[in-house]
Design a protein around this ligand. Structure first.
Ligand code: HDE
Length: 683
């Protein structure tokens, strides 16, 4: 007997939708009444008061008054993209979840990147953790991998989350500073709460200021349990590895960008996708044996302040994520997407990591307030692509018109449908025992050894950045005892690190007991020595009337072939033309800053040109160790701007040739000429 149960969407108006999603071309009220005027309120005479009777005025203003929903408590500032995940089959031995295991299976995804501390309108490039949340619309239901760009977290137990967030958010009395950790309450908390040490080192490292979402790693943070088809289980850590490599900004650049282009990361994401330079990440897993102790090489896998170094357990790639479509509407998609760590399918389970356990409660709970009730799964961006057949009914914003009489089980009226499935999610039976306590395992007490491991795994230039970041942040604190406590914490990480930060603050370095036998993990460093992909990178070419337009076109073609773009910068706007060729001027010295470019190239013809703004542009690019290049008379302009053309990362040529463009693009592929950092300090 066919089921009488049906879930149908409300009948849509019998009018075709236009490209912008509207029904027809005529303006109507929300109730479909066509309007003849939307610019004048109904008044008692042209100079008279407005009339309460004006239903259009009231509807228009009332709807406007309610346009905002509560922003996310954390991760309010975000940007997102649609894409696809394609599994390569390598996970088949460890999980029965088809979207991960089946070679070639394509799963649509929606990925939202975010900062943690700032409000929705805050700047993208602040020093902070980045969220990396992926919703997989699998055939078995939605799976959310709600990760960050750092593999560890500030706290070991979710009950501390309100504490760390309250400490990091602006001070409650004046609501400053916005989207910053460089303030007293943050450092007060993390210096007292030493389990945050490892994470604080990550946040103060270059990972806290990514170049773009494209060049950012992602981590599941917690250990998950995968279940294979034969029931065998493994403990795993998830990693997203960006195909474009891991790269960051430098701090001064991040600060400049926060002012000149607060949308730096979301613009880069959207522009890249529009230009066909899609974002790509490999999904990898570290597979660790599922033992009773839940440890690996002495590392407690339930402790979210610990990593498993890749040298001990290699990351095995199980598929690739490609982000290839921008959202059509920020609010409907990016703002309304609702992630939940409990969205799982058979083959993936959570572990007893006490941070993860609290998250399993929090995400569903927060959506009820943020999205105004329990029916947010019906919003298009949250709708599973699998069939939904629940007995959940009514509630705010119910958009389904459920039919029939039955919304319960068991039932005799509707054939006892919907029935439970033999393919359904079964929690793996596992023993749970122990006294009821508010306590952590003893192994959670090691708060420093992995912070030491992280610091000692960095290259010299990364260590310098880390020291500068600590010195900057602590230098912004007003309370001396907080600085001193933070130094005491660093003394237990590394003596040199502590001494250098102390020197920068003008304080005496305290003594500590840093771990001695730490084996560095080179995989933690992000400095590259071979040119990598330059997809999505931006090369600014400074040109003037009379510049060599053929050379610019050659660079553009070569850059485009490698997924990068060239933007022409000139003193004033318009079009440059010579010998029948034209170049549109995309930026003028008034509308640009160095932060927009990964490299700045001076075209032949700029030799006599000198302007304080171009000098600043070049000086900043020089200080930030970006590629600087010139051909022909461009070299003269470089010298006139005070650029040391003998420094590393400066590419010069008499003419624009293929070899020159290749050298420029390869230099961009190194991300930065870090060897120049010494010249910068001396100059
Ligand atoms: Fe979240 N987190 N979180 N978090 N989190 C939220 O959920 C929470 C944690 C992460 O783009 C909220 O929908 C608790 C770790 C991302 O929409 C909220 C704890 C990691 C996003 C919440 C944590 C994350 C969130 C706010 C400690 C990395 C943005 C709005 C137990 C593995 C998702 C929302 C998006 C968002 C709670 C810790 C990642 C309040 C209680 C660890 C990427 O539910």
């Amino acid at each position: 007997m066919p089921s009488k149960r049906k879930q149908v969407r409300p009948t849509t108006a019998p009018v075709a939708r236009t490209a912008r999603g509207a029904e027809g071309d005529e303006l109507t009220t929300a109730h479909g009444l066509r309007l003849s005027d939307t610019d004048h309120s109904l008044k008692a005479g042209p100079r008279g008061p407005s009339l309460l009777e004006d239903f259009h005025l009231r509807e228009k203003i009332t709807h406007f008054d309610h346009e905002r929903i509560p922003e996310r408590v954390v991760h309010a500032r975000g940007a997102a993209a649609h894409g696809v995940f394609v599994a390569n089959g390598a996970a088949a031995s460890v999980t029965k979840a088809a979207f991960l295991a089946e070679a070639g299976r394509e799963t649509p995804v929606f990925t939202r990147f975010s900062t943690v501390l700032g409000s929705r309108g805050s700047a993208d490039t602040v020093r902070d953790v980045r969220g990396f949340a992926v919703k997989f619309y699998t055939a078995e239901g939605n799976v959310d991998l709600v990760g960050n760009n750092m593999p560890v977290f500030f706290i070991q137990d979710g009950i501390k989350f309100p504490d760390v967030i309250h400490a990091g958010k602006p001070h409650p009395d004046r609501e400053i500073p916005q989207a910053q950790s460089a303030h007293d309450t943050f450092w007060d908390f993390v210096s007292l709460h030493t389990e945050a040490t490892h994470h604080v080192l990550w946040a103060m490292s270059d990972r806290g200021i990514p170049r773009s979402y494209r060049t950012m790693e992602g981590f599941g943070v917690h250990t998950f349990r995968l279940v294979a088809a034969d029931g065998a289980t493994s403990l795993v850590k998830f990693h997203w590895k960006p195909v474009a490599g891991v790269h960051s900004l430098v701090w001064e650049e991040a600060q400049l960008a926060a002012g000149t282009d607060p949308d730096f990361h979301r613009r880069d994401l959207a522009d890249g996708i529009d230009a066909g330079a899609f974002l790509e990440y490999d999904l990898g897993i570290q597979v660790l044996p599922d033992s009773a102790e839940e440890t690996f090489e002495g590392i407690d896998l339930l402790d979210p302040t610990k990593i498993v170094p890749e040298e001990l357990a290699p990351v095995q790639v199980i598929g690739r994520l490609t982000l290839n479509r921008n959202p059509d509407n920020y609010f409907a998609e990016t703002e309304q997407v609702a992630f939940h760590t409990g969205n799982l399918v058979p083959g993936i389970e959570v572990t007893n990591d006490p941070l993860m356990q609290a998250r399993l409660f929090s995400y569903l709970d927060t959506q009820l307030t943020r999205l105004g009730g329990p029916n947010f799964t019906q919003l298009p961006i949250n709708c599973p692509h699998a069939a939904v057949n629940d007995n959940l009914r009514d509630g705010m914003h119910q958009t389904l018109v459920h039919k029939g009489q039955v919304a319960y089980l068991p039932n005799g009226i509707d054939g006892d449908l919907p029935r439970v499935s033999d393919q359904g999610y079964v929690h793996l039976p596992r023993e749970v025992e122990g006294p009821k306590v508010r306590a952590n395992p003893v192994s959670f007490e090691d708060h420093f050894s992995q912070a030491t491991l992280f610091y000692r795994s960095l290259t010299e230039v990364e260590r310098v950045h880390l020291v500068e970041a600590f010195t900057f942040e602590l230098g912004k604190c007003y309370e001396q005892p907080i600085r001193e406590r933070a130094l005491a914490q660093l003394a237990n990480v590394d003596t040199d690190l502590c001494a250098e930060v102390a020197a920068g603050l003008g304080l005496k370095a305290p003594k500590g007991k840093p771990a001695k036998d730490v084996t560095p993990s080179p995989a933690l460093s992000i400095v590259v020595t071979e040119p990598g992909p330059i997809t999505g990178r931006v090369i600014g070419v400074l040109a003037v009337p009379g510049s060599d337009l053929t050379g610019i076109a050659r660079l553009r073609t070569a850059a485009k072939a490698r997924g990068a773009v060239v933007r022409v910068i000139a003193p004033i706007g318009g079009i440059l033309s010579a010998d029948g060729k034209e170049e549109i001027i995309e930026r003028t010295l008034l509308t640009t800053r160095s932060i927009e470019y990964d490299a700045i190239v001076l075209a032949d013809g700029t030799g006599e040109f000198k302007d304080i703004k171009s000098t600043v542009l070049l000086q900043e690019a020089f200080r930030h160790c970006k590629t600087i290049a010139a051909w022909g008379s461009g070299e003269q302009a470089l010298l006139a701007a005070g650029v040391d053309t003998t420094a590393p990362g400066i590419v010069l040529a008499a003419k624009s040739t293929k070899a020159f463009t290749t050298a420029v693009l390869d230099a961009v592929g190194l991300h930065r000429a870090w060897a120049r950092a010494d010249h910068v300090m001396q100059s």
